[in-house]
Design a protein around this ligand. Structure first.
Ligand code: SF4
Length: 369
C-alpha cells in the first residue's frame, strides 16, 4: 500500500506541477538565473525534486509539457526559505535539484558541455551519438536531433567537468544516447572503453539496445563497464512493431537471451531493463516484468511521458490508478522471482516508478540527502 508521499510522486508524474511566481523567483535566485531544468529528454523534462522520505520525482511542468500539464492540482511554492509541493490543503516539503553549473559553459573546443552531457540528480548521462538510427514514436531524440557521431575527447571532457561540478557534482555515469548506425558500432565500443578507462573509480553504466553485433557483454565488462540497461520498453509485439519497429525487429528471444547472459557476466544487480508503463495494456507490462525478473534482471518501471516533439504527443500519460497497480503487482512479481525493481540508486529514481523500499541505497545519494 502506497503512503501519501509515494502517492504524491505518482500524481506528479501523471498531472505535473505548476510553479508559483515565488518559487520561480527563489529557484532563479538560488541558481543564479539558471534554467529551471535541463529538459532534454522525454522522461527528464520536468523539475527533479527530493520529497520527504527520500522520495525522488521528476515533476513535469507546463514550460516543457504544455501537451498535458494544464489544470494540475499540484503547485511548487516557496515560503520561509523552504520549498513545498502544495495540493489543496496538503503540503509536502520538497528540495528542488538545481541544474549543474556547467549548463552554459563550453569545452576547450568551444562546444557546449551540454552537447555531450547532462546531469539531472547525481548521474551524468553522456550521448556518443546525437539523434538515433532508430525512430521510436515515444522518444524525442530522433525527432529533435539529426544523427551525428560526437568525439571521444568531448565525451571524456564532459564527464570530467560534470564530476567536478560545483553545484551538482555527478557521482556516476550513464552512457546512452541513440543507437549507432552499423559503421559506427566499433567506434561506439571504443567510446565505452575510453570513458571507463578515464574514470576507473567511477561507476560507468551503458544503456543501449542489444542489436546483434553491436554489444558484447564480456567485452563491455572487460572494458570496465559497471552495468547495463537493456530496455525492453514494450512486451506486446504487435504494438511494439508499430511504435518501435526497429527495436521490435530484434527477435524477442535474442533480447531475453542477451539479458540472461549479461546477468551471468556482470553478476547480480548490474543489469536493468526499462519497461514503459501506460502505452500497452497493464497485463502486457507485467509480462515484461515477469520475463525480466525471472532472468535475474532488475525491471525499471518507466511511466510514459508524452513529449511534444514526438508522434505520441497527444497520447495521455498513465493514470494514477494504473501506475499504482503496476507498481504494486510488479513488486509482488519481482519478490516472487527473488529479484527487485531498479534502479538501486535513490536519486536515479526521479523518473521511475520506484521507491527507497525497493532498492538498496548504494551510497550515491545527492549531497545532503
Ligand atoms: S532506440 Fe532508444 S534512443 Fe533510439 S529512438 Fe528508440 S528509445 Fe530513442
Amino acid at each position: 500500500m502506497l503512503n501519501s508521499t509515494q502517492r504524491l510522486k505518482i500524481q506528479l508524474m501523471t498531472n505535473g506541477m505548476a510553479v508559483s511566481t515565488g518559487a520561480r523567483a527563489a529557484l532563479s535566485r538560488e541558481a543564479e538565473s539558471r534554467p529551471l531544468t535541463l529538459a532534454e529528454y522525454a522522461s527528464t523534462s520536468g523539475i527533479a525534486l527530493e520529497l520527504e522520505g527520500q522520495i525522488w520525482v521528476n515533476a513535469p511542468i507546463a514550460d516543457h509539457n504544455p501537451n498535458f500539464v494544464a489544470a494540475t492540482p499540484h503547485r511548487l511554492e516557496h515560503r520561509a526559505d523552504e520549498f513545498w509541493v502544495c495540493s489543496g490543503r496538503d503540503e509536502v516539503r520538497a528540495r528542488p535539484v538545481p541544474v549543474p553549473a556547467f549548463h552554459d559553459q563550453e569545452n576547450d573546443d568551444g562546444e557546449p558541455f551540454t552537447d555531450y552531457a547532462v546531469t539531472h540528480t547525481d548521474r551524468v548521462r553522456i550521448s556518443p551519438i546525437g539523434g538515433c538510427s532508430f525512430a521510436c514514436a515515444f522518444c524525442d531524440l530522433p525527432f529533435k536531433m539529426r544523427y551525428r557521431r560526437k568525439t571521444i575527447k568531448g565525451l571524456v571532457d564532459a564527464v570530467r567537468r560534470a564530476l567536478a561540478d560545483e553545484v551538482l557534482p555527478a557521482r556516476h555515469v550513464l552512457i546512452s544516447g541513440g543507437v549507432p548506425a552499423g559503421e559506427d558500432w566499433e567506434w561506439q565500443n571504443q567510446a565505452y572503453g575510453a570513458v571507463a578507462e578515464a574514470f576507473p573509480d567511477v561507476d560507468v553504466d551503458v544503456m543501449m539496445v542489444p542489436v546483434p553485433g553491436l554489444l558484447d557483454a564480456r567485452r563491455l565488462r572487460d572494458l570496465g563497464i559497471h552495468g547495463l540497461s537493456l530496455n525492453l520498453e514494450l512486451y506486446d509485439l504487435e504494438r511494439a512493431r508499430r511504435i518501435m519497429p526497429r527495436k521490435a525487429g530484434i527477435p524477442r528471444q535474442h533480447w531475453l537471451d542477451f539479458i540472461e547472459d549479461a546477468v551471468d557476466v556482470f553478476g547480480p544487480g548490474r543489469i536493468r531493463s526499462l519497461v514503459l508503463v501506460g502505452i500497452e495494456p497493464l497485463e502486457e507490462t507485467l509480462k515484461a516484468v515477469q520475463a525480466l525478473a525471472e532472468r535475474g534482471c532488475e525491471p525499471v518501471l518507466s511511466p510514459f511521458r508524452p513529449d511534444p516533439a514526438t508522434p505520441m504527443r497527444d497520447h495521455p500519460p498513465p493514470s494514477v490508478e494504473v501506475l499504482a497497480e503496476v507498481y504494486e503487482r510488479s513488486v509482488e512479481i519481482t519478490r516472487r522471482a527473488g529479484a527487485r525493481l531498479g534502479p538501486r540508486c535513490l536519486p536515479c529514481m526521479h523518473n521511475t516508478l520506484t521507491f527507497p523500499e525497493d532498492a538498496v541505497d548504494d551510497g550515491s545519494a545527492w549531497p545532503g540527502s
